[in-house]
Design a protein around this ligand. Structure first.
Ligand SMILES: NC(=O)c1ccc[n+]([C@@H]2O[C@H](COP(=O)([O-])OP(=O)(O)OC[C@H]3O[C@@H](n4cnc5c(N)ncnc54)[C@H](O)[C@@H]3O)[C@@H](O)[C@H]2O)c1
Length: 250
């Protein structure tokens, strides 16, 4: 029980990595509040966590909208009396085209969710965390926030931005007892990589081009996020923790 008595907000918690983290945080004693744009999946995940006897709430949230994020943080505090952990995890991939063919709207959509969403999450969580005596924020970047990939301009740029923003916030709020770190997963078996599954050749390359020779599971990222969220990481801040099976060195 590493998060006993803590309240944790998870954006993008309805599916994939966020969902696995919701279960793990709850198993470790946290009250979990899921904010996700997918109402049906969000309600289902929250109900599944509660069915295991844990405390979990769903609040419909578009991570790119300030009013939604503000409502999410306020909702968590009114339900549980404080806010200690934010997993800023909602994210989307982009349409696979080169930069000169990228529609401006597509750029804005991806950057708004992946990068502005992380800014908004921190902006509205930090005042509550200060009132709660400090906390831990984990922002989801990617191995693609460190290395490039063809036809992934807004994704690459937004995930690199998440790492820079993480360092900024760690410096701004360290003395308030708030640690801020990024998690940088490699290829993980979730819906976000579904578009690659039908192409056997690409799927084979993407899922095995790392030191371990296999795709990662959402539960493996959740465990790294739990470490960053917990007091075990009490001297870890401003870090970007790679959980990529060694993709970066491959
Ligand atoms: N799976 C991977 O290979 C991989 C690798 C590196 C980083 N990531 C990052 O991990 C995070 C989680 O992705 P995942 O792999 O679990 O994919 P996923 O598609 O399973 O989960 C993403 C979740 O975010 C939600 N979401 C999307 N847009 C939203 C919005 N505007 N507001 C609120 N919620 C929204 C979705 O409904 C979904 O529940 C993302 O930030 C993603 O970029 C994933």
């Amino acid at each position: 029980m590493r998060l006993e008595g803590k309240t944790a907000v998870i954006t993008g918690g309805a599916g994939g990595i966020g969902r696995a983290t919701a279960f793990l945080f709850a198993e470790h004693g946290a009250n979990v509040v899921i904010g996700d744009a997918d109402q049906e999946a969000g309600e289902k995940t929250a109900a599944a966590v509660r069915e295991k006897g844990f405390s979990c709430l769903f609040i419909h949230t578009d991570a790119a909208k300030a009013e939604d994020i503000e409502r999410l943080m306020n909702g968590a505090v009114s339900a549980y009396g404080g806010l200690h952990i934010l997993f800023n995890n909602a994210g989307v991939s982009n349409q696979s085209v080169k930069l000169h063919d990228m529609e401006e709207m597509e750029w804005d959509r991806v950057v708004d969710i992946n990068l502005k969403g992380v800014f908004l999450g921190m902006k509205y969580a930090v005042p509550h965390m200060k009132q709660s005596g400090g906390g831990s924020i984990i922002n989801t970047s990617s191995v693609l926030g460190i290395k490039g990939k063809k036809r992934m301009a807004p994704y690459n740029a937004s995930k690199a931005g998440v790492i820079a923003l993480t360092k900024n916030a760690a410096l701004d709020y360290g003395k308030d007892g708030i640690r801020v770190n990024a998690i940088a997963p490699g290829v993980i078996d979730t819906a976000i990589v579904d578009e690659w599954r039908n192409d056997e050749r690409r799927w084979g390359i993407y899922t095995t081009s790392n030191a371990l020779g296999r795709i990662g599971q959402p539960e493996e990222i959740a465990k790294a996020v739990l470490f960053l969220a917990s007091d075990d990481a009490s001297y870890v801040t401003a870090a970007a923790l790679l959980a990529d099976g060694g993709t970066i060195t491959f």
